[in-house]
Structure formats: structure tokens, C-alpha cells
Design a binder for this molecule. Sequence first.
Ligand code: UD1
Ligand code: UDP
Length: 382
Amino acid sequence: MEKKRIMTVFGTRPEAIKMAPLVGALMEHPNLESICCVTAQHREMLDGVLQLFQIQPQYDLNIMAQQQSLSQITSRCLLGMDQVLQEAKPDLVLVHGDTSTTFAGALSAFYHKIPVGHVEAGLRTYDKYSPFPEEMNRTMVGALADLHFCPTAANRDNLLREKIAGEMFITGNTVIDALKTTVVPGYQFTDERLNQLNFKEHKVILVTCHRRENYGLPMQQIMLALREIAERFEDVQLVYPVHLSPIVRETAMKYLDGVPRIHLIDPLPADEMHNLMALCYFVMTDSGGLQEEAPALGKPVLVLRRETERPEAIAAGTVRLAGVEQDEIVALATQLLSSEAEYERMARAVNPYGDGRACDRIVKGILWHFGLCTEKPLDFVP
Ligand code: UD1
Ligand code: UDP
């Protein structure tokens, strides 16, 4: 029997981490041929993930430029994808999440009349500018996609309410599949500074911050809050792997460089990051992926944003929205550092986002779509 040709398209660090286990699952299936195309919207941060998960893409558009604009990313992806799709002629294109690569990948497949599968479909804030431009990227891909792989039932319900067409599956998030392979007991870091952290005596707070809607005043406020926390609490150590975006790096250096108890380090390989998260006291972040990973590892999260498209862990009590104002962020961090009861209330391992079998469900959904199996995969239930 001829194999169905399934092309995965991704370009940034989080897409790669969340697509890596799926690429592996596609490669293993005898009825499917996996074709991997990276846009390299990120270069170094993507390459680290490809190396970790031993993925060798068949196509690499290599589009990244310093301080790239949204239009540059989208247009370079579209032009590059034209040639790739003409040559590879996949039966299905899989995109992930909400980046500019995701949107351009789905739009390009649509221009070539190739069906689109959207992994991590249906997350919404319903605020066009937050997250920006991700909210609209994800919404537009929802309109273009034929298969929607929703992590949770609430994500699927969003699509149903919007009367989106196509086949829908509730799969869990593939990030939990990835996490199950990276976190190991007794992990030794390659960065000696991380090995030297004393996780028993100090409260290690893991920090990340990179979102475009936080550029400018919100990011300054976040940095000032981090500084105040480090100054106020002598038993705290803040570890902040700083994103390679020059705007983020400049802001972090300006406000935090040299502040005692704050460690500004380069982005970590995904396995180092996941193991550091498993050991830390709590997480402060504006990242999407960290909001899913930390609850699974039993770590409280303060979200450095005004809203989130991931309300499930807030409902479960392990994530709180801290906003983007210095006073509010410091107040919530202080509560978590000072009240054992509050900490214990939040530090419970919950898995509203997945059980580690999302890729299996997605592969079964694809087989079902092509008539290669008779039963639709069962929905993920937390
Ligand atoms: C992108 C995504 C965002 C996602 C984030 C994950 C869009 C619009 N945004 O935002 O949804 O949360 O990735 O990290 O798709 N850079 C490097 N090397 C790298 C990566 C980035 O030098 O490996 C620098 C470049 O100067 C680049 C800049 O960072 O121009 C910003 O990268 P870009 O992909 O445009 O935006 P992110 O903020 O990373
Ligand atoms: N991550 C990583 N190294 C780092 C910071 C983050 O491997 O130094 C991982 C993190 O564990 C998660 C993903 O990158 O799996 C999240 O990516 P990011 O925060 O850049 O993007 P978002 O999820 O907000 O789109």
C-alpha cells in the first residue's frame, strides 16, 4: 500500500519541542511517510531542539533575520513553502500552535489545496492583541485547517462555538509527551552554575519572559519586579534563561545584570530546562509552554501577562495571573514565598493538558481521516 505523505512544518523552539515527539511517532508508523520542513524562524533555539530529539529535516527554509518583523517572517515562509510544497507534494500538512510559521505554513498549504492539520488547536483569549500576534495566527489557522487536534475539551468547545468546519479530536498536548522523555531523576546539568544551585536551602525561581505584547513598559515593570523580589528575599535565587531576541536581552541586561541572586543565563537546551523546572520552587513566566509544563511537574506558576489562553491550570489552582505591573507581581510572589499554605495549595501536580499519549491520538486521527483505520481515537480525558 502506498504510504500517506505527512509533512510537519515548524520553525520556533516551542513548536519544535511540541512537534518532536509527533515527528517520531509519524516516522514509526508503517502506513505513513514523515517529511519534516523547518522554516528556521528561530535558528539557534530551533537547532538545539532538532539535535536533542535527533530530527534531520528534509527541508530547511533558513529564514531567520535579526529583529525580524512579522511581515518578513510571514512573507519569507510563504515564498519558501511554495517551492517545498510543489516538490514534496504531501497528502497532509501539519502545523503547530500560533506562531507566524504556523500561519504561513497553513496558508501556503491552503494555496496548494493540501489539507491542513492543526496541532494545539482551539486555544483562545478572544483578545485580538493579546497574545499578539498569536491570538489571530491561531484563529486564522483554525479557519484554514481541516483536522483540528485540540489539547482539551474547552479548546474543542471554542471551535464548535465558532462554527469552525472540519474534524475535531481531543488529544492532550504533545508537550506532556515530550516532558515524559526529558525529565529524569538525578539529572546532571552541563552548566556548572546550575549544578551548584542549592535547591534545598534556596528557593529557586525559574523565570522566562519574551512576548511581543510585553515589549516596552510591561517588560520594564516585570524586570523591576524581579529585581525587587531578589532584593527583598535573601533565601531566593532567580534563574532566568534569557531569550535570544535582542529587545528582550537589552531589557534584561539593563535592569537585572549584576543584581545579587539573579542569574541571567543563555537559553537552555530543552532537557536542561525541563529538569531545572522539575527542581525549582516556582516559575514566573509569560511563556505559553511553561504554563503547561510546570503544573505537570507540580510547580506553581505566576503568569506575567494580563490574560491567558490556557485557563485550565488556573481553574486547577496551580497557575495565577500576576499581570504586568511591578507592585502586583511582587505582591503575588511575596505571598507565594511567605505563606506555606498558599505554596502548598498551588504546588500540586495536575495534568489538565495531557497524559503523554497525545501523539498516539494524533496519528490515529490522521489514519482515521485517510480511512486507514476504522475507529476514531478516544478523546483525552484529564
Ligand atoms: C516567536 C513567536 C512566539 C513564540 C516565540 C517562542 C511569532 C510571531 N512569535 O517569538 O509566538 O512564543 O517565538 O520563543 O511567531 N533570535 C535569535 N536566535 C534564535 C531565535 C531568535 O537570534 O534562535 C532573535 C532574532 O533576532 C529574531 C528575534 O530573536 O529576529 C525574535 O524572534 P521571532 O521568532 O521573530 O520572535 P519571538 O519573540 O522569538
Ligand atoms: N525552553 C527551553 N529553554 C529555555 C526556555 C524555554 O527549552 O531556555 C522551553 C520550555 O521548557 C518550553 C518551550 O521552550 O518547552 C517554551 O518556549 P517559549 O517560552 O519560547 O515559547 P511559548 O511557549 O511562549 O510560545
